[in-house]
Design a protein around this ligand. Structure first.
Ligand SMILES: Nc1ncnc2c1ncn2[C@@H]1O[C@H](COP(=O)(O)OP(=O)(O)OP(=O)(O)O)[C@@H](O)[C@H]1O
Length: 333
């Protein structure tokens, strides 16, 4: 079940439809994503949360066409705007898409920056498909650096990445990611390595730029406060499935899957008292080589009952707010 769309919802920039991904391993086939469906409308920011191992990286890599050699899309489709299923593109077509229509920002900005080239050269190189002259490309780069609040951008163009602080490097990486005005920006924990003040500033900046460019953003974070601050919509993933999706407001006000409820209970920002050890959700993820027949969360769920061992369908809690649980009305905020 995907989210209900109404006439006010913009067309999707990214549409993931029943996506399944498996990895061949020595111990058998590992089903890392199963029937994942959601879309990110144009001009909106969708956050993805879930514990380590829930399939966030696999999802990003599937969108980027960068799954490991032992990985395979075994079902479903990924569409970008009006495009046909991009999982069927050739590696070359996928490379073009990555440069032009899908951009990425990761936790470590040095993944995007080449230490031996000046920032100006790297920003020109990104514009290799444009017909602008060198001078015009530099002018665009200066403008972009100004937008990400790098002081003295003309001089900064001539400098190398090591001459920038950590926060500035991440802002340069954001400038480079948005330079070609992509349809979709994938931001994977982009503020996790920054201190709290820089994190807030970077989030404000991302939001401002996203609104100006109008691209869709898929924002991955462990930090629920950041999701609440930045995102319009959110997806909660568990063991390779989307267990809950809706607007940030709907999910924070009325978490309707027991896993979401448990995640919120473990969020340090929401604990009422200081505690010595942060709470964690008891138990571990199921074996993805041998997925449970019914609900994937049943073994860790305080509300589980025998029916949870049967295949579960999603329930629309309120329009656009969906949870894959048969006991949604017993989950309390
Ligand atoms: N190349 C691979 N071969 C085998 N299994 C893999 C491979 N890549 C990922 N997996 C498995 O797929 C599942 C999902 O992993 P994934 O890295 O997507 O999770 P994640 O949510 O991104 O976790 P993290 O936040 O720790 O990166 C895990 O069980 C992982 O062990």
């Amino acid at each position: 079940m995907t989210m209900t769309t109404d006439q006010n919802t913009p067309a999707p920039a990214l549409d993931i439809d029943a996506l399944s991904v498996s990895f061949a391993t020595d111990g058998g086939t590992l089903h890392a994503l199963k029937d994942v469906s959601f879309s990110v409308p144009k001009g909106r920011i969708t956050g993805i949360v879930g514990e380590s191992g829930c399939g966030k990286s696999t999802l990003i890599n599937a969108i980027l066409g960068l799954l490991a050699d032992n990985g395979e899309v075994t079902g479903g489709a990924i569409r970008l705007g009006e495009s046909a299923d991009i999982t069927k593109l050739t590696p070359r077509q996928m490379r073009d898409l990555r440069g032009l229509q899908i951009s990425t920002v990761f936790q470590d900005p040095m993944g995007a920056l080449n230490p031996v080239l000046s920032v100006g050269k790297q920003m020109r190189d990104i514009q290799y498909r444009s017909n602008l002259s060198k001078r015009e490309k530099d002018a665009r780069s200066v403008e972009m650096l100004r937008q990400v609040r790098i002081p003295d951008p003309e001089k900064r163009l001539t400098q190398y990445p090591h001459e920038f602080s950590g926060g500035m490097k991440q802002r340069v990486a954001i400038a480079m990611a948005l330079m070609m005005r992509p349809q979709l920006l994938i931001a994977d924990e982009p503020t996790t390595a920054l201190d709290a003040t820089l994190e807030v500033a970077t989030i404000e900046l991302l939001k401002e730029l996203q609104q100006e460019i109008g691209c869709a953003v898929l924002f991955i974070s462990h930090h629920l406060g950041v999701i609440a601050e930045l995102c319009d919509d959110m997806i909660v993933m568990y063991a390779g499935e989307v267990v809950e999706q809706g607007s940030v407001r709907q999910i924070f006000r009325n978490p309707s899957h027991p896993y979401t409820r448990a995640l919120l209970d473990c969020d340090p920002a929401r604990l009422h008292e200081r505690v010595k050890h942060l709470p964690t959700i008891p138990g571990t993820l199921p074996d993805l080589r041998n997925r449970p027949k019914g609900c994937v969360f049943q073994a860790r769920c305080a509300l589980a009952k025998p029916e949870c061992g049967q295949p579960v369908t999603s329930v629309e809690v309120t329009p656009g707010h969906i949870a894959r649980c048969i006991r949604t009305n017993e989950v309390t905020a």
